[in-house]
Design a protein. Structure first.
Length: 281
């Protein structure tokens, strides 16, 4: 059932994210969506009030990735020119613009909590930015004190390819069941998923894949990865080891995988189909 619909004329919505629900805010009043558009604007919509609450323009290029901080107090956005902006949805002010990935579109932005002095840096949050040139930056932030510090910088090699080749996306995600680790997939020397330890500053595990990944999601509840591929295949991969399960049924590249917060359901999407999978156990 379609519950509510927001339309912005003459602009395409490139990315969106739900605002995290804070403690004690499980009612409809906490339901907000932030969306990034092709003209560089960001819009925050209230689902319960069915209205746009805020419009900002921290970018001059099309948005390619967007997310909320874990407490919902900041919006992180990335564009096709590689700039990352940190903006406050309360004031509409952009506090930081980071140009470290400039020149390559941002493909992923993700935030996770951390203990304040963990990894030897101050801040209660870790976040990562991934760009299509196979680079991942990891940051520690204390939003209340306006601190944002680069913790790690990863660059993954790849073979030289012909110009204009449509390469698989560069994707990274923090590992929910392995604190201080992240998973990376993308075009590279091998078809594999790489587990990188932020403490050891090195790749600690590799998982072979049948092809380069088109999408990636890590279950927040159980040690499983969902990986979508270009040949209509969806793989459910237990971690750190185990036999993967492959599922067919999509009509095209499985370009999106998303576990539900409970980990019990998985949403996948291809060109003209959205599937919802139920995971037993």
């Amino acid at each position: 059932e379609l519950v509510v619909q927001f339309q912005v004329l003459n602009q395409s919505c490139q990315c969106l994210a739900w605002k995290p629900r804070g403690a004690g805010l499980w009612g409809a009043q906490s339901q907000h969506v932030v969306a990034g558009y092709s003209d560089g604007t960001i819009r925050v919509f209230s689902v319960s009030r069915t209205e746009m609450e805020l419009k900002m323009q921290p970018h001059s290029a099309a948005l390619t990735a967007i997310t909320y901080s874990t407490d919902g107090e900041m919006i992180l956005s990335g564009d096709k020119e590689g700039l990352v902006a940190v903006s406050s949805p309360r004031t509409g002010i952009t506090l930081h613009v980071l140009a470290d990935h400039k020149g390559s579109p941002i493909t992923v932005l993700q935030c996770t909590r951390k203990h304040y002095h963990d990894f030897g840096v101050e801040g209660g949050e870790l976040w990562l930015a991934t760009s299509s040139d196979r680079r991942v930056s990891v940051w520690a932030s204390d939003w209340l004190r306006d601190k944002c510090e680069l913790l790690d910088w990863l660059s993954f090699p790849a073979p030289a390819g012909p110009e204009g080749l449509d390469l698989p996306p560069s994707l990274a995600a923090f590992c929910p069941w392995e604190h201080g680790a992240l998973v990376y997939v993308g075009f590279g020397m091998q078809r594999e998923a790489l587990f990188y330890s932020l403490r050891k500053k090195q790749v600690v595990r590799k998982v072979s894949l049948p092809a380069f990944a088109a999408s990636l999601s890590l279950s927040p509840a159980t040690p499983f990865m969902a990986i979508g591929f270009g040949d209509r295949l969806l793989r459910l991969q237990p971690c750190p080891a185990g036999d993967p399960q492959d599922f067919a049924g999509h009509d095209d590249t499985v370009h999106l995988c998303r576990f539900a917060p409970s980990g019990r359901r998985l949403l996948t999407a291809s060109h003209s189909a959205v599937f919802v999978w139920e995971l037993p156990g």
